[in-house]
Design a protein around this ligand. Structure first.
Ligand code: PRP
Ligand code: URA
Length: 209
């Protein structure tokens, strides 16, 4: 069964408060999302495997640990997921980046896929699918399904804010995918927005609307 991790680190919670605040402007919103993505990437990579290599310190020969070369793929769900990519790349600069374009139909709230481009070696990579918001779960479920259909075997999902409804939906649809969340909010409102949430993540990141 999928594991759900909620990061309650004080720095993440502090920055999230200003991300949520409606008086935070686009520039600061973008910077804060980037910073939280970096902090989350630090936690999400905790289980990366290591191997010993031989080095020489100025004092003596030594064995020391390096990452064992597992290939990582980051897949933002367009648009808003883009805001988290650079923050993750600061810690995993060699990761490849795929893109999945989905939007929620405003009437049905169902995800509609309009774009996909992935690294060619999908089957060999560990993927982190990123999107600031997990609301009904429709977009995350569809993005993960799309990745699996193309051969991805190891997938994690990472978001800033989730609604309990979305978490349950993703767990049910993809019990093999662990979910990493900065904050688990109260509920969804009648328009499928997370309460209290942060509003429309894409619009706030890109200054649209
Ligand atoms: C937002 C958000 C997620 C989706 C979450 O994207 O970035 O992708 O909604 O909602 P769900 O869990 O109910 O599917 P939106 O469809 O607004 O597109 P955008 O990123 O292009 O603004
Ligand atoms: N998408 C958003 O951008 N915000 C929400 O609260 C829900 C879906």
């Amino acid at each position: 069964m999928a594991k759900v991790f909620v990061f309650d680190h004080p720095l993440i919670q502090h920055k999230l408060t200003y991300i949520r605040d409606k008086n935070t402007g686009t520039k600061e919103f973008r910077e804060l999302v980037d910073e939280v993505a970096t902090l989350m990437a630090f936690e999400i990579t905790r289980d990366m495997s290591l191997e010993d290599i031989d080095i020489e310190t100025p004092v003596c020969p030594a064995k020391s640990k390096v990452l064992s070369g597992k290939k990582i793929g980051i897949v933002p769900i367009l648009r808003a997921g883009i805001g988290m990519v650079d923050g993750i790349l600061k810690l995993i600069p060699a990761a490849k980046v795929g893109h999945i374009g989905l939007y929620r139909d405003p009437e049905t709230l169902m995800p509609v896929e309009y774009y996909i481009k992935l690294p060619s070696d999908v089957e060999e990579r560990d993927f982190i699918v990123v999107d600031p918001m997990l609301a009904t779960g429709g977009s995350a479920i569809e993005a993960i399904r799309s990745l699996k259909k193309r051969g991805a075997k190891h997938i994690k999902f990472m978001c800033l804010i989730a609604a309990p409804e979305g978490v349950e939906a993703v767990k049910t649809a993809h019990p093999d995918v662990d979910i990493y969340i900065a904050a688990l909010d109260e509920k969804l409102n009648d328009h499928g927005y997370i309460v209290p949430g942060l509003g429309d993540a894409g619009d706030r990141l890109f200054g649209t609307k």
